[in-house]
Design a protein around this ligand. Structure first.
Ligand code: GLY
Length: 268
């Protein structure tokens, strides 16, 4: 089983409520205090799983409103960090804050260059292969750089027909099990994943795409509560059969397209 030695998280910029990128405006403003409260619970859950000393907390930088979403500027696998070139210009530069930490931890870095671009939210690593969303934020050149950086794993492109990232509609719920949404875009992606996969996967279907974004870390599954996603109640309950579960409310960051995986980089 893929096991993680630590994680990187980052505080929430006070510029997030006013300046976050978001696909649509839900009309409801993000409450920064509540977002910080939910984020503290998220960090605590990772610390309980990985050990407090192994969860590295970077300071927020108000210059980068979306910097709490650490999974986008970096992809770590086999002790190598690919510093991506995020798809939205306002996010370029977020990755610099990781470099002293990676140097201290002995994690080698590879820097993605123009014209490639990628958000780590498009990168699903199953433990043996990568599925990478071709989205508004990630292009084929970015996928080629990822394939060259991690040559020991197959890499498959999956068009993202709607939504922000590939992982806005799917994630690893357990080794060999992919949590997947039920939207048309999620179901098209599922077909492609099934067709291209070199390993076999079981799919656990969620009525709400966002509820299908869970963090599987060393046997534990961090997921949103059914109270936030009633239609996905049955699927959320199924997660309990796959591992020890921890419920984490993420309603504030959901307002700016942030899902649970977005807020950590797991160190493998
Ligand atoms: N708000 C997350 C993103 O758009 O990058």
């Amino acid at each position: 089983m893929l096991s993680y030695s630590g994680a990187v998280v980052r505080g929430i910029a006070s510029s997030l409520p006013a300046n976050a990128l978001r696909m649509s405006d839900p009309g409801e403003k993000l409450d920064l205090d509540k977002a910080n409260q939910e984020h503290r619970a998220y960090v605590a859950a990772l610390q309980n799983t990985l050990g407090a000393e192994n969860v590295h907390v970077l300071d927020a930088d108000d210059k980068y409103p979306d910097c709490v979403f650490v999974e986008d500027p970096v992809v770590v696998c086999n002790g190598v960090a690919l510093m991506t070139r995020p798809g939205h210009t306002s996010r370029r530069g977020e990755g610099d804050a990781f470099l002293p930490l990676f140097e201290r931890l002995g994690i080698k870095t590879v820097v993605m260059e123009e014209p490639a671009c990628m958000d780590g939210g498009d990168v699903l690593f199953t433990g043996s292969e990568f599925f990478v969303g071709l989205s508004k934020r990630t292009n084929q050149a970015g996928i080629d750089v990822l394939a060259a950086t991690f040559p020991s794993h197959p890499v498959h492109a999956v068009p993202v027909e709607a939504g922000l990232h590939l992982k806005s509609m799917m994630s690893m719920a357990a080794p060999g099990t992919i949590a997947i949404g039920c939207s048309g875009a999620a179901q098209s992606a599922k077909q492609l994943v099934s067709a291209k996969a070199t390993s076999s996967y079981t799919f656990l279907e969620f009525a709400d795409d966002l509820a299908a974004n869970v963090v599987h870390v060393n046997g534990k599954i961090l997921h949103v509560p059914a109270a936030s996603f009633e239609r996905s109640r049955a699927a959320l309950a199924e997660l309990g059969k796959l591992g020890e579960t921890v419920q984490l409310c993420n309603e504030e960051l959901n307002k700016v397209d942030g899902a649970l995986t977005c807020c950590s980089v797991l160190l493998a």
